[in-house]
Design a protein around this ligand. Sequence first.
Ligand code: MCN
Ligand code: CUN
Length: 798
Amino acid sequence: QHPEDDGPDPEKHCGHGRGGMGEEVSRKEDKRFITGRGDYVDDIKKPGMLHCEIVRSPHAHARIEEIDGSRAMAMDDVVAVLTADDLLEHDLATMPTLMDDTQDVLVNDKVKFQSQEVAAVIAKDRYAAKDGAEKVEVEYDVLDPVVDAEEALKEDAPLVRDELEDQEDNHIFDWDTGNEEETQRAFDAADVTVEEDMEYQRLHPAPIETCGAVADWDPGKDKMTVHMTSQAPHAHRTLFSQVSGIPEHKVRIVSPDVGGGFGNKVPIYPGYVVAAAASYVLEQPVKWVEERSENIQTTGFARDYEMTGEIAATEDGEIEAVRVDVLANHGAYNAAAQPSKFPAGFFNIFTGSYDIDAAYGSLTAAFTNTAPGGVAYRCSFRVTEAVYLIERMVKVLADELDMDPTEVRRKNFIPSDAFPYESATGWNYDSGDYEKALDKALEMADYEEYREEQRRRIENDADKLLGIGVSSFTEVVGAGPGKQCDIAGIEMFDSADLRVNPTGNAVLRVGVQTQGQGHETTFAQIVAEELGMDVDDIVVEHGDTDTEPYGLGTYGSRSTPVAGAAAAVAARKVRDKAKSIAANELEAAEEDIEWDRESGEFHVAGAPDRSITITEIAAGAFMNHPDQEEPGLEATNYYDPPEMTYPFGSYVVVVEVDRETGEVEFEKFVAVDDCGNRINPMIIEGQIHGGLAQGIGTAMLEEVTYDDNGNVTGGDFMNYLLPTANEIPNFETGHTVTPSPHHPIGAKGVGESPTVGSPPAIVNAVTDAMSHAGVSHVEMPMTPDRVWKTLSEHGLDI
Ligand code: MCN
Ligand code: CUN
């Protein structure tokens, strides 16, 4: 995959002051963000631009009898009212989802979830479009909806997808993994078995920026340019081209600055297609930007798994088998944004950090009258759900055996010398050292002292109980390899294109798309490290399909594992050519030229003073290129990873539970993460803080809920509770470094780890406060009323 190179050594100081690996380089992008010069989709204004407002269904399940747009059309600034009939003319009434389902762009026959797209009003300004949308009259024949997956699978449930020929019920698919018989045998023979039901509630990714697009059809060039909020511009261009029939080279997708993605911006939404269709028909640019409630109510949601976990173990806590059964609510369409061969995402990593011989998982997915989705919100394609399951179950087992949960973990960890390790469900873990991370976290958290304090409080019948929760999670990020992972058939590789200019600075173009993760800084650091350049001399460009090399986009924490590897390899290719130029400039043989990572310079072997910098080499490449080489200094790499990367961590959470009110307060929050070699510790820290906040939101506050009529009851930020600074404790972060053996710079991803790893630690802490009274589980979000109810059911309330 890349020229032989051991890469940076984590033991040594990296970066060498030029802003390479391991340095806390300030974020290059922040200057424009904090001075109000960001360039978001809604900032784009084009001459003659029209505005699109979507008319949405107030009902969750209803047949459309008639749509009358005449009153809207009669308004002054309204230019057009579009319905499914108009789109049918252009074959755009439906679009494929990422899981090969077909979703209505505008509803043709039957509304399947509340706020589904029914019609679109195009007007000269946004206000006129909104006023017009209110004047569109739609006659509905309201039907009974079903919003719950279990209800949806009952025989007399309303049929969500009656337009599908073979669909007689709301069942989408069954999926399983592992070895059922072997697992059953282990359960039959086990000393101890435990079982727990748990729900991972539906969540909303909640980026600051909602989804939007400015579509601009140019009839002179036959070219469609769409500025859109996209986590995957190239993949979206391919899909746009396939759906619209416009040849791919005549479609340009631009993702300018993106104000947060969190998985929300991986799917294609009807609004994008409507804007493009309207621009095509009207031959004017059309802007569509969602409002907050539209985003909350219709955008790709996260989770919604009802799980039953079971563990079979010996009396001294050795786990022999794990089994899990899941009921998944996929909403009205099967539209989870994940590699197409993984209908349950990467959920089958549910054996976690443990060496477990037998495992079996089964899952049933159902259609309901709710918005589609399932994979979003820092989930690593459902590793969130898997980690929650196993980390909760280990605690349930520890309670059953009256053992310390950290002892159970230690007993079962995959030993650090067992890597590469193949799990019972077929995952190939690249590297890990789980005990080291746990030791560090326990030490940072004063674990033993808190255990003492916990005992004291129980003995003294204190008003506030203490709970200590641990999670030792393993992540899997960095999809491909392309043969295993694809989006709509396109293999999940990624790319980087590095061009050094005659004056010695460089432009790196990447196929991934940052939404706040700081790629403009960290990717420049990779090049600085691998080429000895100064980080300020490298500019990173992304998000324009006309200029960037093809890439699959940013999600599943894949940017560093895949595009980061491509950037390193491209830089090394440039370095190889640089050697030839250095030889020419220094009048030495190419084999005698060595590159020194520390100084970043090229010199003649045995004569360190005969050296030359990359800036001088760049000049040589353009002004005095060697005869045997092409002029210029650039390289491209398309990187198909041989394997995914397996970051991990140990989190320790200490909470106080108020027996009178059920309120939970964080006393301590320790997070030790291992993402292999670290590019920018400050950016990693930021990723971890944000991810932990989202984990706290998950465990304590957030849930998308529906009433029996299918109304979204948490459809705004008054009801869908995001954590604010008030709810967030002081985080104490630490790290260990276990490099990925197959990644050119030894890095693993980190963006999703904290959201994946923290919810079980928090729930483990709250249940731990009450486990002496027999509490084995509290469902998320652990609101005070829920916790109080649990306290009172177990005689702990005062
Ligand atoms: N990094 C590093 N050293 C490492 C690993 C990562 O310095 N060993 C840096 C990276 O170079 C990058 C950042 O940390 O600047 C995150 O890297 P990575 O783990 O590769 O994740 P991605 O860049 O692919 O980001 C995706 C991930 C996902 S899937 C979600 S969801 C999420 C997350 O990132 N969405 C985010 N973090 C987010 N942060 C912000 N601000 N906004 C979002 O929408
Ligand atoms: Cu699962 S949310 Mo991120 O992969 O974009």
